[in-house]
Structure formats: C-alpha cells, structure tokens
Design a protein around this ligand. Sequence first.
Ligand SMILES: Nc1ncnc2c1ncn2[C@@H]1O[C@H](COP(=O)(O)OP(=O)(O)OP(=O)(O)O)[C@@H](O)[C@H]1O
Ligand SMILES: [Mg+2]
Length: 235
Amino acid sequence: MISVRNLKVRYGDLQVVEDLSLDLFEGEILSLVGPSGCGKTTIVKAILGLIPYEGNVLISTSSVGYCPQKDVLFDWMTVYENAALPLILRGKKATENVKELIERFGLSGFEDKRPYQLSGGMRQRLSVLRAVLSGKDLLVLDEPFSSVDAYTRKKLQIWLSEEIHRMKSSAILITHDVEEAVFLSDRILVLSPRPTKVLREILVPFPKPRTLEVLSDPLFSELEKKILEILMNQL
Ligand SMILES: Nc1ncnc2c1ncn2[C@@H]1O[C@H](COP(=O)(O)OP(=O)(O)OP(=O)(O)O)[C@@H](O)[C@H]1O
Ligand SMILES: [Mg+2]
C-alpha cells in the first residue's frame, strides 16, 4: 500500500527525518510511536505529499483519508456539512452515504448542530468520519483520540478497530499512547528523537477487530513494557 525509502525531511536547518524507510501492507494498521517533536507528523505529511521531502514514496491508492493532529472542523458549518465537506469540495452531492456514516459513527440527531455543541469524543468521531469520506482505502490518523478521557478513549479505540475492519482499510496511526498503539495495531514502529529513525519494529499478533479481552493477555503488557523500555532508553 505504501513504500517509503530513504526519506529525508528538513525545515530550514532543522533535519527532522534523516534516512527513514517503512512499508505499509494491504489491510494493515501501522502505528508510529516516538517522543514529542521527533517527527511523526512530519513523516505522514511527507508521505501524503503535503511538504517537500527527499527520497522515494510510493502509494498504491488515491483513496486516502487524512485526520490531522489538530482537528479542522469548521464552527460555522453544521455537523452534516463538516462531515460532507470532502464530497462538497469534489463537487459531489452529499448522498445517503453521509447519513449512513453519521448514524454508524454515533452522531445521529446532531446533524444540524455545530461542532462546538459536541463533546470531545463526538468531535473526534466527526473528524474520523470526514477522513473516511475523503477516502477509506488508506486512513492516516494523527493522534485521533488525544483530547478525551481514558474511558471514552478506550470506547473510541474499540469502535475504530471495528470500523477499520469493516471498511477493510489500511491505516497509519500516530499516537503518544503506547497502550493505544498495542491495542489497535498489527505492527508498531518505535521512533528515535530527532533526527528520527526507526529504532524497532514490534509485531502485534492479536486478531482484529480488537476487544477488551486482549488487555488481559500477558503478551499485551509484555509488548507495552518492551516499547516503553525502548523509548525510555532514549531519554
Ligand atoms: N512547519 C514547520 N516549520 C518548522 N519546523 C517545524 C514545522 N513543523 C514541525 N517543525 C519542527 O519539526 C519537529 C518535528 O515536528 P513534528 O510535528 O513532526 O513532531 P511530532 O513527532 O509529530 O510531535 P508531537 O508528538 O508533539 O505531535 C519539531 O521540532 C517541530 O518544531
Ligand atoms: Mg505530531
């Protein structure tokens, strides 16, 4: 789905990505974890062609949904208009598809509200919904659940795991939360501080979609601990 070879990104004198290679395989959920400021957002922006970079990036689909780190919902538009924006921008009439997704994403009854009238979790679901309407073969989610409490976050993770599974999407997920990475991913790349490189690749073999059951599997906490150790050794 994605092949990145020898990626280098700099902002002026600041070398953020030095020589990074990664692959994303069909149907896979790949997480990037690493210290704040190491370059996770920069890597996905380069992969999506939103900033200049050196190296080779190949993406085998044009059906891409991007959920940026900072949500970009527009307060002057309704929930429905925010959701349908990718279709409106492409000159398509918003169709039944939007209504169906609004229902599936638990936003029914709020179509005519504005984003500021939603809870944090609803805003985040709306942002993912909009990404899905841009394209669902490849989802790129940059800390999609950063601003909600632990309980809501877990509910959203279970929901996301089911949705990605149902849509047969491939996904790159950026997260600070090591438990979230283990919970959602097939594979995790642990990144170093800037200039960032891949320190370790961790495989997470649990079946998908994931449920709360995996939390009690001894391998779950083993993987979590291993990743935390790698990250802490970098400090
Ligand atoms: N547009 C920009 N211009 C200049 N420097 C930038 C720009 N965007 C990011 N940076 C710098 O590049 C580095 C990597 O930023 P990036 O946002 O990719 O990190 P990150 O790993 O996503 O961090 P976080 O986990 O906090 O979101 C940081 O030092 C940041 O200050
Ligand atoms: Mg970031």
